[in-house]
Design a protein around this ligand. Structure first.
Ligand SMILES: Cc1cc2nc3c(=O)[nH]c(=O)nc-3n(C[C@H](O)[C@H](O)[C@H](O)COP(=O)(O)O)c2cc1C
Length: 242
């Protein structure tokens, strides 16, 4: 039986050594489907998930992860990739979806207004924020918005670096959805940023605009697979009730 969310969160630990025991790729795929249901900025879904099951590619990626145990002993690997470069394609997908959802004869004025607001969001606002030329436009927008921001609240994350953070934030949420889903079915994971991301991109044949968010080792924990008890700073140090 699947664990509850709280049980799965408690069970999940970064597992560095996996048993030499196969895991079902279909179940891993289902957990990746759960990953794709994570919330994402503007619902742009600027992510891709590469599910590595081929022994040859596993060994190449493990080597790009400096052969750390969590990669070397993993039965399968998942590479979470951000695709900020796909913003226009994803915005168009949202517009198509909205057109379908609101494709009704005699749409009520209330819904007509909602459709216009939502499509304008993807047709006007998203390009205003995402369109950039080598980061120059983003910087100009950033300073313009800072000036407007002196007088009223305004969105400020327009620089290239800001937009990268926006994409990685959402991809991180997807990664956590994945790891918790894996834990729920008794599978283990280890998120890794310790890798040569350029080499990983080359192995997967990814384009320039793609970025590696993290690589996740997958398998079943070995008896010595978890290096120690879980450590967190006291919750009181990070919890602020306002
Ligand atoms: C973004 C990210 C990158 C990480 N990179 C690595 C890594 O390269 N190698 C590794 O062994 N663990 C890595 N970890 C795992 C952390 O060390 C681990 O989450 C932390 O020690 C807390 O332990 P827990 O996950 O068992 O609760 C990473 C975790 C995150 C979230």
């Amino acid at each position: 039986m699947e664990k509850t969310v709280s049980q799965a969160i408690a069970y999940r630990r970064s597992t560095r050594i996996y048993k030499d025991e196969a895991i079902d790729p279909e179940k891993v795929k289902q957990c990746l489907y759960n990953a794709s249901l994570a919330p994402t900025s503007s619902n742009l879904q600027l992510w891709e998930f590469y599910h590595i099951t081929s022994k040859e590619v596993l060994s190449k990626i493990a080597s790009a992860c400096f052969n750390q145990n969590a990669a070397k002993t993993a039965q399968q690997l998942v590479v979470v990739v951000t695709r900020k470069d796909l913003w226009r394609q994803r915005a168009n997908a949202n517009i198509e979806f909205l057109n379908k959802v609101f494709d009704k004869p005699d749409l009520e004025p209330r819904l007509e207004k909602r459709k216009k607001q939502a499509t304008d969001y993807y047709k006007k606002l998203i390009p205003t924020i995402y369109f950039d030329v080598f980061g120059i436009l983003g910087l100009i927008k950033y300073w313009c918005f800072q000036i407007v921001g002196l007088f009223r609240p305004i969105y400020r994350q327009t620089r290239l670096s800001d937009m990268r953070i926006v994409a990685h934030k959402s991809a991180g949420l997807a990664a956590e959805n994945f790891m918790v889903s894996m834990a729920a079915i008794g599978y283990d994971t280890c998120p890794m940023e310790g890798s040569d991301t350029l080499r990983v991109k080359q192995i997967l044949g990814l384009p320039r605009g793609a970025e590696i968010n993290m690589i996740i080792g997958c398998g079943i924990r070995d008896d010595n697979g978890i290096y120690g008890p879980r450590f967190r700073v006291p919750f009181e140090n990070v919890y602020y009730k306002v």
